[in-house]
Structure formats: C-alpha cells, structure tokens
Design a protein around this ligand. Structure first.
Ligand code: ATP
Ligand code: SF4
Length: 301
C-alpha cells in the first residue's frame, strides 16, 4: 500500500493491521480480560507466522500484563514511537501495550477524567509501533463508557477492519448488561462476531467433569434470540485461574524457555488446560464469522 501524506497517525500505525477485534462485556468481572488473553494466545497459535497484538484500554484496571506474565516490563520510546512489550520474547509475534507498563508502581491507581483517558487511547493507537499484525485484540473496561467512545472515534478510519466479541456470564444480571452492550454495538454499527458465555459450569480439578453450579445456557439463549453467533461456553476452570493469576511468577522461566523458534512457556502451559481445548472451537467459529465480515489475511513473515 502506498504511503499517503494525508494519513492520520492512527491510519498510518494501523495500516498493516489486518483485523481489529474489540472485546466487550456489559458487567465487570465476567472474564473479559481472560477471554482477551485466551483469544490472543489462540490466534497466535493458529499459525506459526501469525502476528497478534493486545491493546489493554481498561485504563483503571489493566490486567493483561499480569495475565501474559509481562507485569513489571517497561515499554521504551524509540525515535519512531513506543515499542510494545513482546510477551513471546525474541519471536516478537505477540505484542502487548497497556497503561500498566506506564505506572511507576504496580499498585498505583489511575484516576483520570475523560479527556486524559481519550488522549491515552489516541496515543496507544497512533504512537505505538504495532507493525504488521494479523489481529489486534483490544481489551476494554466493562460497560460502554468514555473509553469505548474514544476508541471507536479514533478507530473510525479503519472501521472496515473492526469487529467485536461480547463476553457474559450466565446469570440474569450479566445477561441484561450484555444486552446493553449489544445495543451499543448496534448504535455505533460495530459488527459482533458473537457471544461467549464464561464461567458456565465448573470443571472438577480431580476428574475434569463439568458441573452446573449456577445456571447455564443464558448466553446461548440470548444469542439465539438476538440472531448472534454463539461462539461457545467456558466453565470455571481452576487451572486457568492458577495459570493466569500466576503468569507473572513464571516470567523468569518463560524467558529462559523462549527462543526464536520455541513456543513460549505461557502458551505451552495454557495449551494443557481444559479451557484451551474449548477455546479452539470458539476461535474457529469467530474466524469463520470474521471471514464472512471481511477477508482474513495473514501478515507475511
Ligand atoms: N473461566 C474461568 N474460570 C476460572 N476463572 C476465571 C475464568 N474467567 C475468568 N476467571 C478469573 O476471574 C477473575 C476476573 O476475570 P477477568 O479479570 O478476566 O474479568 P474482567 O471481566 O476483565 O474484569 P474487569 O471487570 O475487572 O475488567 C480473574 O482472576 C480470572 O482469572
Ligand atoms: S466431579 Fe467427580 S471427582 Fe470431581 S468432586 Fe465431583 S465426584 Fe469428585
């Protein structure tokens, strides 16, 4: 594609980003960040050359660095903008950017008003050297707030490459909020690849049997009613919590295991969980829908 002198910062930075997938949830704590992380890991593993970026715009509660095991890493500023943190080390196919990398201390809180949040999101999209990506997966705060409006405003020039995924839990209150989220996507004309029902049942850590502790199936019913694709359900998986909550502690080991050709340690561990097997189906349905929305191409090596 030829360089256009009129290109805005965002258009220029995202010129080689083929697909942007925004992960949304109506309610907090339903597992949006863990779904974002799993989506990115699965897309990364979908091909040996796939390039994936994760942008964490959950500015007041950034959890992606911790889940990816890169908490405490810093981004550095080059003459050509911010260099993202590569969670897979030298392979450099899994780029991550989060406000978490910019905080002095892990426990610092981000207390910003709308304009400052808007400025930060613009910078994430226009100042980060994302390079060639097959997928940029964006984790957002719960609900539909200032951050969502800023994000969509700045992503306006690449609207044709945008799509979204909605995450809910099976409880009625979460489903009600997921409906609000869906109506937001309709109001802003954002394509929805489908709905994921998280924490649907419980995987026994002893035998792997799935029990329905709470109600299940509410997400699937909502998808059917609203003519959305139901991407799949994910049970409560203690292995996943242990993995994602402790990912940062495995960081040193991960660095030791990662080389230019080896898969990185978090991915190897994740692939052994029951969630990973279920998530493969979710990704395959999401990619099927994405191909229908707009062509999925892979960035060259
Ligand atoms: N399927 C699951 N099984 C077990 N634990 C899960 C599952 N999904 C998420 N969790 C855990 O639940 C907690 C909250 O998940 P997560 O941070 O992904 O939610 P969120 O919706 O992004 O939250 P927030 O509203 O704060 O942004 C995390 O500790 C995460 O590891
Ligand atoms: S599912 Fe089976 S192994 Fe797990 S707690 Fe129940 S009886 Fe025990």
């Amino acid at each position: 594609m030829a360089n256009d002198p009129q290109e805005t910062g965002v258009t220029k930075r995202l010129r080689s980003v083929k697909n942007v997938i925004i992960v949304l949830s109506g309610k907090g704590g339903v597992g949006k960040s863990s779904v974002t992380t799993q989506l990115a890991l699965n897309l990364y593993a979908s091909s040996p050359t796939a390039r994936v970026g994760i942008l964490d715009v959950d500015l007041t509660g950034p959890s992606i660095p911790r889940m990816l095991g890169v908490d405490g890493h810093g981004v550095h500023q080059s003459s050509d903008g911010w260099v993202p943190v590569y969670a897979d080390g030298p392979s450099a196919r899994l780029a991550c950017m989060s406000v978490g990398f910019l905080l002095k201390n892990k426990g610092d809180s981000v207390v910003w008003r709308g304009p400052k949040k808007n400025g930060m999101i613009r910078q994430f999209l226009s100042d980060v050297r994302w390079g060639e990506l097959d997928y940029l997966v964006i984790d957002t705060p719960p609900g539909t707030s200032d951050e969502h409006l800023s994000l969509l405003e700045h992503l306006g020039p690449v609207h044709a490459r945008l799509s979204s995924v909605i995450v809910t839990t099976p409880q009625a209150v979460a489903l009600l909020d997921a409906m609000k989220c869906l109506s937001f996507t309709r109001a802003v004309n954002l394509p929805v690849l489908g709905l994921i029902e998280n924490m649907s049942g419980y995987v026994c850590p002893c035998c792997g049997e799935i029990s329905n502790v709470f109600s299940t199936g509410g997400g699937e019913d909502m998808a059917r009613r609203e003519q959305l694709t139901f991407l799949g359900s994910l049970p409560v998986d203690t292995e996943l919590v242990t993995l994602l909550d402790a990912a940062a502690e495995h960081d040193a080991e991960k660095s030791a295991m990662t080389s230019g050709t080896e898969p990185f340690a978090l991915l190897s561990r994740y692939e052994k969980t029951s969630s990973a097997k279920l998530f493969k189906g979710i990704v395959s349905r999401a990619l099927g829908k994405l191909t229908g929305e707009h062509a999925v191409e892979e960035a060259g090596p």
